[in-house]
Design a protein around this ligand. Structure first.
Ligand code: GTP
Ligand code: MG
Length: 299
């Protein structure tokens, strides 16, 4: 299947064309750049980022959201990113199990994207793959990433709405990353609210939002993914934020973030750390070796 065939067949229920297109982009096979440049624009799809610390219940919540969307006869694609990071061993299997009932559903497409050794950070191709999947015309594209530092900012650049999943016992963690979280979250899901302390935690979070993000429209929704509680409220909060955030100004900021990421990746592509080391070893032989001159010559 060449890129033209992929493009011609692109639709939510054409699993084959979607899978083929993703591999084409992942492996930068012939025609991949042309495919990206030919993608139709699509304002209908909601790209939802779901992030948060390991084990907060992102996959379980995604599973519950899929059920909600399927109930509303909507189509949904899920990209699970970063399952191979060292923080995260075995999670791919976990995601498979948690979302397994959806694998053969005609309205649902699920795909895991492995990182290639990069610690944290998004899979280098996530932005392009997400745009490709979005062009297939799903009602919703969910991107699940583990929130380890930088990833959270990256996902905010990619998604129309970002949901940060926290759990009641996350007290100290949240303290440390609080202002960063306010930057990216439009919706907080306080998951595992079947556990003690959920109300207290949600109240503290509300106080932090009021203090650090006054005037920003951030929802806090208590959920229990395993008991399927709060899921409809979570979805409603997400939809409301989507409507707020398609404002032109926000859109251009998102696109700038996206362009920044892609240009960065493309520029870094030909840089190889081992080769750099060899060049430095050679340059160091020179008595007049100056590190900054060397760096300038490599740029
Ligand atoms: N009590 C309780 N447990 C939950 C809830 N949601 C998820 N869990 C459990 O928390 C564990 C982690 O859930 P996942 O959905 O895999 O969490 P995750 O954030 O996707 O994890 P990673 O992708 O590994 O970072 C599992 O054992 C779930 O059964 C909830 O609402 N209440
Ligand atoms: Mg997960």
């Amino acid at each position: 299947m060449n890129w033209q065939d992929i493009l011609a067949g692109l639709a939510p229920n054409n699993t084959r064309a979607i899978a083929r297109g993703i591999s084409l982009i992942e492996n930068e096979q012939e025609g991949y750049a042309l495919l990206l440049e030919a993608l139709p624009s699509n304002d209908k799809t909601l790209v939802l980022g779901i992030t948060g610390p390991p084990g907060a219940g992102k996959s379980s919540l995604t599973d519950a959201l899929i059920a909600e969307l399927v109930k509303q006869q909507q189509s949904v694609a899920v990209l699970c990113v970063d399952p191979s990071s060292p923080f995260h061993r075995g999670a791919l299997l976990g995601d498979r199990i948690r979302m397994s009932q959806w694998y053969n559903h005609p309205n649902v497409y699920i795909r895991s994207l492995a990182t290639r050794g990069a610690l944290g950070g998004l899979h280098p191709k996530t932005i392009e793959i997400a745009d490709f999947v979005k062009a297939a015309g799903f009602d919703c594209v969910i991107i699940e990433t583990v929130g380890v530092g930088q990833t959270e900012l990256e996902i905010a650049g990619l998604a129309d709405v970002t949901t940060v999943v926290l759990v009641p016992e996350a007290g100290d963690d949240v303290q440390a990353m609080k202002s960063g979280l306010m930057e990216i979250a439009q919706v907080f899901a306080v998951n595992k609210s079947d556990r003690p302390g959920a109300d207290l935690f949600a109240n503290h979070l509300r106080a932090s939002v009021n203090e650090l993000a006054a005037g920003k429209d951030i929802a806090i929704v208590k959920t229990s993914a395993i008991n399927r509680e709060g899921i409809a409220a979570l979805w409603t909060a997400i939809r409301e934020r989507q409507q707020n955030h398609t404002a032109q100004q926000h859109k251009s900021a998102l696109l700038a973030e996206k362009a920044w990421q892609i240009i960065g990746q493309r520029r870094m592509k030909n840089l190889d750390i081992d080769r750099l080391r060899k060049e430095i070893e050679v340059a160091m032989q020179d008595p007049g070796f100056n590190f900054y001159k060397l760096v300038a010559s490599l740029q």
